[in-house]
Design a protein around this ligand. Structure first.
Ligand code: NAD
Length: 481
């Protein structure tokens, strides 16, 4: 059969107006840092410098929290309908500027444009629309008696879904009347800074949203700040534990969305071709930089060979390369550090005796890249079956009975998500009941919706984002003290 090459289909960068350097967004304007060190954000696909941003100092954190505190009184006393109007406005502007957001996200993060365009940006806007709708209905959301905001919320997010994680954090906080200081990850600050411009465009009152850039120390200063009432963090379990220690014994409320090592479980009655698509989407979507990625495939032994063969054939068709090319399936790894971590764990997998396989594919000369990789012959004790690799690497294990599938799926310190592939509805319900996972997908994977709560068990964190459950983390209830 003849094979055809795809002609290049690059998305134009011209829609993005990149500045050479950015200040911090405090009290409604971009300001210079006081004493913070500048650093560069680069394109992981080319290593080209995109812009210079500033690592916010402790004094900057103080200014941002003070601005959020000053804005809290008037923002929280606006009617819910009026707060909702601002959220609707933000959502509509995000839609109008969707292409700009998508191109910028792909440039700064390395993810394929078809994902930033079709997943990240539309769902981010959907979160603002959804929460805009709740703003004037909080009293009817079964959150408890007299729901009211906490005050100033300190939010720290990771680099894998920069704009989407921002939306998950900021939309419910604003809808419930809180004000916000948010720190994006150090490798992906640009869409958060573009979002700051959207806040200006929407005439959001100054201080309601403040965006400060920086790395771990800036995040730490924000979380530890004594005038922050609630903390919302998404990131690694190690940092989540450090944050829990920092705020233990204080009045601060917290939600922690941490790591995962999800099982994608395929039974012998599953439609195999559909399941293979689900496996590919489960682990190779966003280069596997997904907290809920289906990084462990548990496949029933009787169909293991068939699934493996079909999976390899499908992986051979994936196109790895330029994130801005509309044909690209797998983009760049977000940073040199993350690539190093993936390489280290993959080497461990080989040393532990698992069998490594990747399709032939040419990788670009510059930037950070990793071929889609499958490990077979994996046992439960292997580190690649236990630790989050956070890259395009799948570990395949087998099982014979539903009970064995459940005990293997639950045999990790994490509990964020799981997938079940079977034709039997009763089995789906039984499995979902047994699995210690905050989200269980049936005959699909990696589907997200603002109405649906998302969050983990065990070391995957606590609290939920999205839906009514997500709102409840941003309010306090009962008689006012
Ligand atoms: P990370 O924990 O290294 O960093 C996350 C954020 O925390 C960044 O903004 C970073 O600058 C900041 N930070 C680092 N040290 C800090 C400290 N001591 N105090 C306060 N802030 C600090 O994680 P990452 O590498 O950016 O992201 C990948 C991790 O995020 C993975 O483990 C992934 O599973 C997890 N994640 C979870 C979810 C979820 O919803 N559960 C979603 C996306 C990503």
């Amino acid at each position: 059969m003849p094979t055809f090459e795809y002609a290049p289909a690059p998305e134009s960068r011209s829609v993005v107006d990149l500045q050479s350097s950015y200040g911090l967004f405090i009290n409604g304007e971009f300001v210079d840092s006081r004493g913070g060190t500048p650093f560069k954000t680069i394109s992981p696909a080319t290593e080209e410098v995109l812009a210079e941003v500033c690592e916010a100092s402790a004094e900057d954190v103080d200014r941002a929290v003070a601005a959020a505190r000053a804005a809290f009184g008037s923002w929280s006393s606006l009617s819910g309908a009026d707060r909702g109007k601002y959220l609707f406005r933000i959502a509509r502007i995000m839609q109008e500027r969707a292409r700009e957001f998508a191109v910028l996200e792909s440039l700064d993060n390395g993810k394929p444009i078809k994902e930033s365009r079709d997943v990240d940006v539309p769902i981010a806007a959907a979160h603002f629309f959804y929460h805009a709708g709740w703003a004037d209905k909080l009293a009817y959301a079964s959150l408890g008696q007299n729901p009211r905001p906490h005050g100033v919320v300190g939010q720290v997010i990771p680099w894998n879904f920069p704009l989407l994680m921002l939306a998950w954090k900021i939309a419910p906080a604003l809808a419930t009347g809180n004000t916000v200081v948010l720190k994006p990850a150090e490798t992906t600050p640009l869409t958060a800074l573009l979002f700051a411009q959207v806040c200006q465009q929407a005439d959001l009152p100054p201080g309601v949203v403040n965006i400060i850039t920086g790395a771990g120390p800036t995040g730490q200063a924000l979380i530890a700040h004594q005038d922050v009432d609630k903390v919302a963090f998404t990131g690694s379990t190690a940092v989540g534990k450090a944050i829990a220690r920092t705020i233990a014994g204080t009045r601060k409320k917290a939600t922690l969305e941490l790591g995962g090592k999800a099982a994608n479980i395929v039974f012998d009655d599953a439609p195999v071709d559909q399941a293979v698509e689900g496996i590919v989407n489960g682990i190779f979507f966003n280069q596997g930089h997904v907290c809920c990625a289906g990084s462990r495939l548990l496949v029933q032994e009787s169909i293991a060979q068939e699934v493996e063969d079909k999976l390899k054939a499908r992986l051979a068709t994936l196109r790895v390369g330029d994130p801005l090319d509309k044909n690209t399936d797998i983009g760049a790894i977000n940073s040199a550090e993350q690539l190093e971590r993936i390489n280290t764990l993959v080497k461990v997998g080989e040393d532990e005796g698992a069998t490594r396989w990747s399709p032939e594919c040419e990788l670009p000369a510059n930037g950070f890249w990793f071929r889609p990789t499958v490990f077979t012959g994996v046992s439960q004790t292997h580190r690649i079956a236990q630790e989050e690799i956070f890259g395009p690497v799948l570990s395949v294990l087998t099982f014979r009975t539903p009970g064995e599938a459940v005990s293997k799926a639950n045999n990790t310190p994490y509990g964020l998500s799981a997938g079940i592939w079977t034709e039997k509805g009763s089995r789906i319900l039984w499995m979902a009941d047994q699995l210690k996972a905050g989200v269980v997908w049936a005959n699909t994977f990696n589907k997200f919706d603002p109405t649906s709560p998302f969050g983990g068990y065990k070391e995957s964190g606590y609290g939920r984002e999205g839906g009514r459950h997500g709102l409840s983390a941003y309010v306090t209830t009962g008689a006012a003290t």
